[in-house]
Structure formats: structure tokens, C-alpha cells
Design a protein around this ligand. Sequence first.
Ligand SMILES: Cc1cc2nc3c(=O)[nH]c(=O)nc-3n(C[C@H](O)[C@H](O)[C@H](O)COP(=O)(O)O)c2cc1C
Length: 171
Amino acid sequence: MIENETIKHQLNHRAIRAFKDQTLSEEQLTTLYEVARHTATSMFMQQFSILHITDEEKRKQIREITGQKYVGANGDLFIFIIDLYRNQQIRKQMGNDDGRLHTMDIFFQALQDTMLAVQNVINAAESMGLGIVPLGTVNDDPKAMLKVLDLPELTYPALGLQVGVQIKNHN
Ligand SMILES: Cc1cc2nc3c(=O)[nH]c(=O)nc-3n(C[C@H](O)[C@H](O)[C@H](O)COP(=O)(O)O)c2cc1C
């Protein structure tokens, strides 16, 4: 089997749910966002957005929705949003109507963009020695999530991702 630094980190992957009371540095955040931006994207549409949830009250509300006590407790919490709204606004500015934005195939295209960006960010975070846990439970109550995040139409919170410095010997 081929061994290199990337593959070593990928093979060492495991979900981490206990983080130190420490947030990511600006440099770490910028790096993760740049990695997300450089992810392969269908037709170069980049149909996703990343929300970095820093407000304690919102973190608490999201924790309640997920029913998982570690969500938003320590570390940095991100919600990856399927975002067709931004391209709708760009189309509007260019004098175009919504085109195929309301079709299922564009929705799935946006979902695929979003998920690839999540995994790319996971690989980058783990390569920096950080721990991560994806959070599908942000979908446990979609109406409540949409309210907490105050999202516009044509957006959907697809997956959460918590990133942080792992507490040693705790998953
Ligand atoms: C799409 C997705 C959603 C997930 N949602 C949650 C979640 O809501 N809460 C959680 O604790 N772990 C969540 N996980 C982490 C999985 O439980 C974990 O990846 C799986 O048990 C395999 O363990 P490993 O990642 O340590 O190899 C999720 C993983 C994926 C890929």
C-alpha cells in the first residue's frame, strides 16, 4: 500500500467528540475556508456556504436540536449550507430569472458540492492535528434549524462539523 502524509492522516481518521476549551486561530480558519473554496465543484457553481457559529445562544439552541451534549460545547462549530440563494442573487443582478434553480438535479448538485467541501475541510483539519465530528443531527428538526440560522429561501443546512483540539484519550 502507498504511504504518504495525506494517506496516513486519512487512515488515522476517527470521529472526535471531546474538545479542549480552545478555538481555532485565524490562520487555521483561513486555511480551512481556502480548502473549502478550492474543492471540486459542479460546473464551478460553488453552491454551498459555511456558517461559523460563534454566538453562545445559537450554539446552545443547535445543541438542543441535535440532542447531543458535545455539540457547540467546545471547539468550533460550522454548519455547511446547501446554498442556491447566492447564485439566485447573482443571476438577478445579471438580469436573469431563476432558471433551473428550483429543480431536483440542481439541488443534488448543490448537495454534492457541499459534501465534497465538508470532506475536504475534514482532511485539512485532521492534517493539522485537529479532531472533527460531522453532525447529521443538525437535521433532526429542520424547521427549528432554519429559524435559529435565519436562513433565506433556497438554502438548507446539510451537515454540521465540529472541529477542535482533542482532549487526549477521549473520543
Ligand atoms: C454524514 C455523517 C453524519 C454524522 N452525524 C453524526 C452526529 O450527528 N453525531 C455524532 O456524534 N457523529 C456523527 N457522525 C460520525 C459517525 O458516527 C462516525 O463517523 C462513525 O461512527 C464512524 O466512526 P469514525 O468516524 O470514528 O471512523 C456522522 C458522520 C457522518 C459521515
